[in-house]
Design a protein around this ligand. Sequence first.
Ligand SMILES: Cc1cc2nc3c(=O)[nH]c(=O)nc-3n(C[C@H](O)[C@H](O)[C@H](O)COP(=O)(O)OP(=O)(O)OC[C@H]3O[C@@H](n4cnc5c(N)ncnc54)[C@H](O)[C@@H]3O)c2cc1C
Length: 495
Amino acid sequence: MTVLQVVWFKRDLRLQDNAALVAAAERGPVLPLYVIEPELWQQPTSALRHWQVVLHALQDLQQALAERGAKLCVRIGDMPKVLEQLRDNLGSFTLHAHEEIGEDWSFQRDKTVAQWCRNNGSAFCETPQFGVFRGQHDRDGWAARWQHFMRRDLVELPLQTLWQQADSSPNWQQWQPDQCPHPLPGLALADAQHTLEDFLEHRGEQYHLQMSSPISAPEACSRLSVQLASGRISMRSVVQNTWRIQQQVKTRPAEERGTWPRALSAFQSRLHWHCHFMQKFESEPALEFYNMARSCDGLREDSFSEDKFQAWCSGHTGYPFIDACMRYLLTTGWINFRMRAMLMSFAAYDLWLHWRRPAHHLAQLFIDFEPGIHYPQIQMQSGTTGINTLRIYNPVKQSTDQDPNGTFIRQWVPEVSGFDDLRIHSPWQATALEQMAAGCVVGEHYPRPIVDHLTAARFAKAQFATVRRSSAGKADSKNVMLKHGSRKNSKRRTA
Ligand SMILES: Cc1cc2nc3c(=O)[nH]c(=O)nc-3n(C[C@H](O)[C@H](O)[C@H](O)COP(=O)(O)OP(=O)(O)OC[C@H]3O[C@@H](n4cnc5c(N)ncnc54)[C@H](O)[C@@H]3O)c2cc1C
């Protein structure tokens, strides 16, 4: 007797190279299921813009399934209740899903689902979708496993797949999470495969040279993060397509290669980093709550300033470049890596804010929120990993380096647009006359800087120096390196 195979789509909203779906299709008739879980949308990292991404992706998935004669079943409710309804209506089934490297809420939910399956005699088959390995507690052998995972053939849905149908919750397309902040009017998602090809064949040639400025990065970077985070494209197919183009470039005459070899190599490294960071979170999910180096506990907890936090969140810190980046992010849902790092560094070092609430704010704003990258990056940019060199970004230097003519600032912080190319980076240094001429009196039309960067940076460095010199700090550094450190350099050292 063939058993019904329920494929529970989560952050893998695609048909191509979907190992969970293919495994199900090989075993029996498939019911494709997506569950809108209201509780998920009440978590502190959820935002309406994330739901907009999911809705868009679900509509595309529905269309792709319809082309194969299948119907997506979308139910609203808690997972165990939905599973119970399906069992009552359709009989017993096997449940398939990709492993989720999510926050504690989704981890607990997955445990509840596994328990439900055990209690009800259903198998629950989970398949990895990234080069991230469950049960891997340190980095020994990780890089080889990543290579092996990425080199495996992409999987294809059999043409003769049998489908099962079940009714969706009525009007699910009109569903909206309650009190979820940060809608993004007009949000549209490009086709994932087209975005990848456009990057690898046209946009990406200057990737490594133009990724750092918020002016050039939107075009020069791949912009695949939202596609990867929602699972509209598989990481394996991105890696393999990039390898293929790298090989093609090698066959071109040297004078026709341009800057492609370095651009593609830099891009390939980032794809590796994606899984490298996610593996940290998979191995240590407590990073959502606690400092990676527990010797940093107590450093910032008692000095949280709500006013400074709100000024940072809304882009009113008095540093035009910081404010421009935050306002751009509020409006678009994406910003490049360096600016993300600078925003977090400003919150953590200049404002001396514990990273947790800033992490939630940024997570809500990023349409590509990926917990496995997000929390380890947040901790790295806050100095709490115990192993990385402190990277305290000077907001004025970043401003003059990445936006020398103030073009980006003028667009996003119009209050200061009347200043010349020098003063626009630090309007508080303008004379009273210059401020009048620019139509912007600092402290009246635009805030004074809420902190002095150099003083704040000096304080932060001294605090961390004390922690890192302590015996607890030294022990942390060793243990964190053993658990999470890349083995690349240590191999080289041994050699
Ligand atoms: C504080 C902070 C929080 C971040 N939070 C997220 C997040 O929630 N989701 C997310 O996808 N990225 C996050 N990043 C990493 C990085 O900024 C984004 O992946 C990148 O900007 C997305 O744009 P892109 O797809 O055009 O990237 P590209 O530069 O084109 O890179 C291609 C892919 O490589 C991966 N990648 C690139 N840079 C990194 C990196 N530094 N670390 C790990 N993976 C990387 C991503 O999957 C990205 O989509 C964060 C970085 C910082 C500093």
